[in-house]
Ligand binder design. Structure first.
Ligand SMILES: [Zn+2]
Length: 303
């Protein structure tokens, strides 16, 4: 069972055999339909953007995508939204708040962008129950160190709301990407609960160094170690051994539905790490696939 599910159809049973009631996925995307269509159109041009084709595997209606997550046994997930320009985050936050109200397995989330009203709408989102905030430095093309964001980082740190931050250079560099840039935000807000999306890909070493320095920093597994990513940005050979130092600081993330392979592929990658170091094994799988992401999404104080 440690080798992972052979196909999507056997994921739920695999999780049960591990003794889990299901999976918790901290990195899933749901967006207003016209925004999602734009995202898919972007992936259709992936060859131009990334130099590789990126056929979105789950290009289905919202209802069908939700039904699939349930079939996989995903008990809870964070539907992440992110803006690519100013004036968009507040609207996305409102959209995702309603989405989470209608979809019981989705936790309320929010996003942010450096703009004058950012503290106001982040505070509103946290008050309204947001349990996870997505920050996309490359798509947003902004500097996470922008002083206008300081009150928002402070508020999120105080509230214990995890921030899933795509700050790495992968798959595309941006003006402000790089784990070291985000490290400056952490230096200023060391109590921030930060989940480094894609484990900081491709700067895995730097991401792990931040985990050592800051007890509230985590990694998400999104796309990490899948054959698709391994071709572009290879994991260090001692990855599993490195994870054995921080087994409770890794959370399942997948980027469903915008991945160029089946959901089970991600789970097999994680299962391979579990199998590669005897200190990991099934307890590691239970932590990554369920306990850690669940604790993160439940972690906001007073909830
Ligand atoms: Zn993502």
């Amino acid at each position: 069972m440690r080798f992972g599910p052979a196909s999507d159809g056997v994921i739920a049973g695999w999780a049960r055999e591990l003794g889990l009631p299901g999976l918790v996925d901290i990195h899933v995307h749901f967006l207003p339909q016209r925004v999602m269509r734009k995202v898919w159109a972007y992936f259709d041009e992936a060859e131009r953007h990334y130099g590789v084709s990126w056929p979105v595997w789950y290009r289905h209606t919202e209802q069908r995508r939700l039904a699939m997550l349930r079939q996989f046994g995903v008990e809870r997930f964070a539907p992440l939204v992110y803006p690519h320009k100013p004036g968009m985050a507040r609207w996305l936050n409102e959209w995702v708040r309603q989405f989470a109200e209608e979809v019981p397995d989705a936790v309320p989330t929010a996003t942010l962008y450096p703009e004058p009203d950012v503290s106001g709408y982040v505070e509103e989102a946290v008050r309204a129950g947001a349990r996870c905030v997505k920050v996309h430095v490359q798509v947003g093309a902004f500097d996470p160190r922008d002083p206008v964001l300081d009150p928002a980082w402070g508020m999120l740190a105080d509230a214990g709301v995890p921030v899933v931050v795509h700050c790495g250079h992968g798959p595309l560099r941006g003006e402000y990407t790089g784990v070291d840039v985000f490290a400056e935000v952490l230096a200023k807000h060391p109590r921030l609960t930060a989940v480094l999306a894609h484990a900081g890909m491709p700067e895995f070493d730097r991401a792990l160094a931040l985990l050592e320095r800051y007890p509230r920093v985590y990694l998400d597994t999104t796309m990490v170690g899948t054959p698709f990513s391994e071709r572009l940005m290879k994991l260090p050979a001692d990855w599993a051994a490195r994870l054995a130092d921080v087994p409770h600081r890794v959370a399942l993330g997948t980027d469903f539905p915008n991945i160029p392979y089946p959901y089970a592929t991600q789970l097999r990658a994680i299962a391979q790490w579990a199998d590669a170091d005897e200190r990991l094994g099934e307890p590691f799988l239970r932590a990554v696939l369920y306990e850690t992401p669940k604790a993160l999404l439940n972690g906001a104080r007073g909830r």
